[in-house]
Design a protein around this ligand. Structure first.
Ligand SMILES: [Ca+2]
Ligand SMILES: [Ca+2]
Ligand SMILES: [Ca+2]
Ligand SMILES: [Ca+2]
Length: 556
């Protein structure tokens, strides 16, 4: 047991009940289990028998977020390595497009990505853009420190994607928010709105047991420290400027960047494709995870309110003499309203026991069936769950039934209707691909030697596995071979094991393109007999991955 392991175990013992409140802590907790067996015998389960899960790629080291460049072509970030990697034409390229020197303490790291197609024509770049060399702007959100773990900032940089050399170039710093006192509640998510502006989340930087309680106005402390960019969802143009001449809750920088405030920590934002309105997920402390509809100037109530209950300074629930949580009502007192420009509103949904919600996605395609079109999907770190919600006709609330009509999931027993899938270890991102399917980024469990971060795709059961492998003969051959071999009791059918052959993508000409077999295995999961759900046996997958890693070791 090395020193880090001992520290993790000690901190787990000391703070176990507090752990579920954050993404990193959930990760640390799970990473500690089964040191010799990085994937616990946990099943991934999808509760719609008309859908199935495919493994798109694996072998990633704690992937955080992904962004599509085109069909079967996406960029994906690794939290701790600081690497931006590209998956294209069925292959995860090991050589990163960019490595950033990010601070990775606790929740810090390479966290957020958004891309936009290059539109603006600068004189000096016209040639490059017209020749499809610089194709995209790539926005990266990560934490940089001047000294070791000190003088840190949450920063967003804009890069150009050089699509010929397959690298990110021309970094331009757009924004920086002082990131202290703790390496926790970082936020770190970026999205591009229908207005083409960048929206990004910044947490309150207070850990569950804070090293110091640092209070600012955007955390609803009237006499707090000056506003510095924390505890909100901020908005800038793609060139890093404030949007419009006047801010929503104030005109002074950085208050003029706030779209919403009183946000403790958000790992998920997206825009309703029908109304264009912003929604988020927020992580509560020991209670009160939230889904919110966010109007401009929205105040979520942190650090004073989580869910619908008042909170102590250390994030405990304020209770009455009977031991019940004290509800704050729809017009709570003692909040900062920035001269009436900020407005508190309660969540549209609450998990009273924290599940650490992460990504939020509106699926605007009908590729999973028209019943899912424009619905909301929310990932979680705890249990690797995906929750699914219908919106009401006005699209200002969720359709909730039975025990959920109170808008509160009291425990797992109440998940029923809204539980779409679970068992993905931790889910760090959920995105819609250009193919209209649902993509899931899973941190999964990892050991020192193996990287099990993965991307999955959810498609209709009837779909034949579509890959862009350019060698159809190889694909078909392997499929037949494996079908023959796997007529026994295994639930695994390997439909496409990528090899180095026939890779015609633009990366193959690169100097240092990987020569070894990559670990991409596209897997088709057959239903369990006499079961209405579809389950991936992760143990089987783990064995498969171990085998792949051994093979790779031999090749190297
Ligand atoms: Ca989005
Ligand atoms: Ca709130
Ligand atoms: Ca629906
Ligand atoms: Ca309930």
């Amino acid at each position: 047991m090395n020193r880090n392991t001992i520290i993790i175990i000690l901190s787990l013992l000391l703070s176990f009940p507090l752990l579920l409140s954050s993404f990193y802590n959930v990760y640390a907790q799970q990473g500690n289990q089964n040191q010799n067996y990085p994937l616990a015998a946990e099943n991934i389960t999808l509760y719609d028998p008309n859908l199935k899960i495919e493994l798109v790629t694996s072998g990633l080291d704690f992937p955080t977020t992904m962004a599509f460049l085109g069909p079967d072509d996406f960029l994906i970030l690794e939290k701790n390595t600081g690497n931006v990697k590209r998956f294209v034409n069925g292959t995860l390229n090991e050589k990163p497009l960019l490595h950033v020197n990010t601070n990775i303490k606790d929740e810090r790291g390479l966290l957020g990505i958004a891309v936009s197609e290059k539109k603006e024509i600068f004189y000096e770049n016209t040639f490059l853009i017209e020749n499809k060399k610089i194709t995209h702007n790539v926005f990266l959100y990560y934490i940089e420190c001047q000294k070791k773990n000190q003088d840190c900032k949450n920063r967003i940089y804009k890069y150009d994607l050089d699509n010929q050399k397959n690298i990110l170039v021309n970094p331009k710093l757009l924004v920086g928010v002082p990131s202290f006192p703790d390496p926790s509640h970082i936020g770190g998510i970026i999205d591009i709105g229908p207005d083409e502006n960048l929206y990004f989340t910044v947490g309150n930087f207070q850990s569950t047991i804070p090293s110091k309680i640092y209070k600012t106005k955007t955390q609803n402390f009237e006499d707090g420290e000056p506003v510095d960019g924390r505890a909100g969802i901020l908005r800038i143009t793609q060139d890093g400027r404030p949007v419009g001449a006047e801010g929503i809750i104030g005109n002074k920088y950085p208050l003029n960047l706030y779209y919403a405030y009183g946000v403790r920590n958000s790992f998920g934002i997206d825009f309703d494709p029908v109304t264009g309105k912003l929604w988020d997920t927020e992580n509560g402390p020991k209670f009160g995870d939230e889904i919110n509809l966010i109007e401009p100037g929205f105040n979520s109530g942190s650090d004073k309110i989580y869910g619908i209950w008042g909170a102590t300074e250390l994030g405990g629930m304020l209770k009455n003499k009977k031991g019940d949580g004290i509800r704050v009502g729809d017009n709570p007192e003692n909040l900062v309203d920035f001269e009436g420009k900020g407005h508190y509103s309660p969540p549209e949904f609450i998990w009273i026991k924290t599940v650490a919600p992460t990504a939020l996605l509106f699926l605007d395609s009908d590729k999973l069936g028209s019943q899912y079109q424009n619905d909301m999907f929310v990932g979680s770190a705890d249990g690797g769950r995906i929750f699914h919600f219908d919106l009401n006709n006005n699209r200002d609330g969720l359709v909730l039934k039975g025990n959920l009509t109170d808008k509160i999931a009291h425990d797992k027993a109440e998940f029923g209707d809204i539980l779409f899938a679970e068992g993905f270890s931790i889910i760090t991102d959920v995105k819609q691909g250009p193919d209209g399917y649902l993509y899931v980024v899973s941190g999964l469990k990892q050991s020192k030697t193996a990287k099990f971060g993965a991307v999955f795709r959810i498609v209709p059961s009837a779909t034949t596995t579509a890959t862009t492998n350019t060698d159809d003969k190889l694909d078909t051959g392997q499929k037949q071979q494996h079908t023959k071999e796997n007529n026994s009791n295994t639930i695994w059918t390997i439909t496409n094991a990528n090899t180095t052959a026939a890779n015609t993508d633009l990366l193959s000409n690169q100097e240092n393109s990987p020569k070894k077999t990559n670990t991409n295995v596209l897997v088709d999961i057959a239903p369990k007999p006499s079961n209405t759900t579809k389950t991936i046996d992760v143990k089987a997958w783990d064995n498969l991955m171990q085998q792949k890693l051994k093979e790779e070791a031999i090749i190297q």
